[in-house]
Each structure stands twice: as C-alpha cells, then as structure tokens.
Design a protein around this ligand. Sequence first.
Ligand code: SAM
Length: 305
Amino acid sequence: MTLREWLEKGEAHLRMGPHPDRARRDAELLLLYVVRRERAALLARWNEKLDEQEAARYVDLIERRRAGEPIQYILGETEFYGLPFRVTRDVLIPRPETEHLVEKVIALAAQFARPRIVDVGTGSGAIAIALAHTLTSAEITAIDLSAPALAIAQENAARNGVDARVRFLRGNLLEPIAAAADPVFPEIETGFDFVVSNPPYVPRTDRENLSVEVRDYEPALALFAGDDGMEVYRRLIPAAFAALNSGGFIALEIGFGQMEAVAALLEASGYDNIDFTPDLQGIPRVACAQRPSVLGVSGSRRIRR
Ligand SMILES: C[S@@+](CC[C@H](N)C(=O)[O-])C[C@H]1O[C@@H](n2cnc3c(N)ncnc32)[C@H](O)[C@@H]1O
C-alpha cells in the first residue's frame, strides 16, 4: 500500500477511537513519525510504499492511539511555551493553561534583579525550563518527588540549553531546600522570591470522570491530591510562606472551582495581594499572592522602586 492509502486506513481506524475529530491529524503525525519525514516531503511522496517493518510499526502506533494513549506519549514529544519537551508516561504532559502561570511569573519577575525561584512538582520541567529560558538572570530550583520525572526534566533542561541554570532536587514539596541548606550560611538556601507550582489538584473522587487518556496514561502522582484535590495546597501554601522572602510571591495553578478554597488557605497563611488570573475559557487558573513586606522593606534582592 502507498503512503496515501496507509494514511486513509489509519484515519479510518482512528475515527472509531475516542477522538474522531483528530483522526486525520493523528494518523498523519504517526505516519510522519514512522517514515521520519517532514510533512512537505510526505506530500511529495504520496505514492511511495511503506516497507514491511514500517507498516507493522504504523499499525502498532495507530492501535495505541485508538486505545486512548495520548499522541504526545507515542511521539515522546510535545511543545510548551514554544520550546520542545520530551515526555514519557513518567511525567504529566504540559498543558497550554500552564503557560498563564509562566507569564504571570515573568511579568512579576521584572521587579527583581536576580529572582530566586523554586518550582515545586516540576514534572517534565516545563515551568522551570520556560522560566529559565526567558529570565536569564534567574536562579532556579526545580523539585519533584518522582525520580524518573526528574530525569526527564534534566534531559529537557539540557535540550533547551538551561541545564547550568536550573538545579534539580528530589523530595517532598519544599523539604529538599532545607536538606540542601548550607550549615554555615543557611540563609543561602532560604529566601526565595517566587515559589511556583502546578501541583496535583484533581480530587481522587473525580477519577472515574477523567478521560481515558488522562486516567489510564498520566501518572497518578501528578494528578490526584486527596479526596477534595486540596491536599497539596494545604501543605504547600504555609510551607511556601516560610520559604519566601518578604515581598516574595507564590504562584499556583488551580483547578476548576478551587478559587475560594485556595484564597482561604492563602489568607489563613498570612499572604497579601491575593489575585487570580483566568485562562482563555475565563476559568480562574493562576492564584498569586505575596508574602507581606516587613515594614515596607522588600526582599533582599528586590529592586526598590
Ligand atoms: C500536575 S504535575 C505538574 C508537572 C509540571 N510542573 C507541569 O506543569 O506540567 C505535578 C507534579 O508534582 C509532583 N509531585 C506530586 N506530589 C509531590 C510532592 N509531595 N512533592 C514534590 N512533587 C510532587 C508529581 O510527580 C508531578 O510531576
């Protein structure tokens, strides 16, 4: 069969899967992946044939996609903030909504000469790497509980040329920061200008309502946070307050319907200037708040205006 015939066959098969609307696009992406060609070259060679090995590979990939495996995991690749990221089933696939969090932090970081940023639950490294790529003077630490996720994040940092400027630590929330503290100069390790995080926030009770692609393929550790989805916010929000400089910011991605509960946690921990940024659907998506400045004095590295 020719490439054109394989594409049509692949598309027809995917039309019976969970995303008939994306059948053509996915069948084409998988065909390009198998023949290792750019789209323009494919169009010029419609009448070429797939060899036996390629055909077997294509059939296998189409079957995986039809069963619900996300195309990003099959291709091992996605894009976030205009940068390429390798993704495997050890990491959450970075979502476009999370770019709002990156944008918010970049805008606020203009007040700092050398912002110190920690990304909690870095996964593929999406947020930390996008920030490092734009904020070239920032000092960035990225933490995750999952060792396989950290390995992918480190690979992505190298791929995007920021590995020398992002430090990766493994552990629970902000605990690795304290563990890495210098016993002689402990202040070197405390005092962040930003604690940023897209933590797990799906209520465990919502598991059955998730799409097959998310529920059966993305890591549970990246998704669920107790029965109400608030478990990580409850621990992270006060811990971040202690890790921030006066005048430093916390910026968190939040899920649908979590604005009030997150605002209450931020208030209870003593944060000021709490605000929420909506995503393109108008859903509050980024919670941001500030650790109050002591007597109006800003954090140590903050530029006073
Ligand atoms: C929703 S994913 C976000 C991944 C990435 N930051 C992004 O936005 O695409 C949450 C990440 O938090 C990590 N994680 C979950 N619980 C954690 C904990 N207690 N401490 C540190 N990381 C944790 C997971 O392994 C996962 O990589």
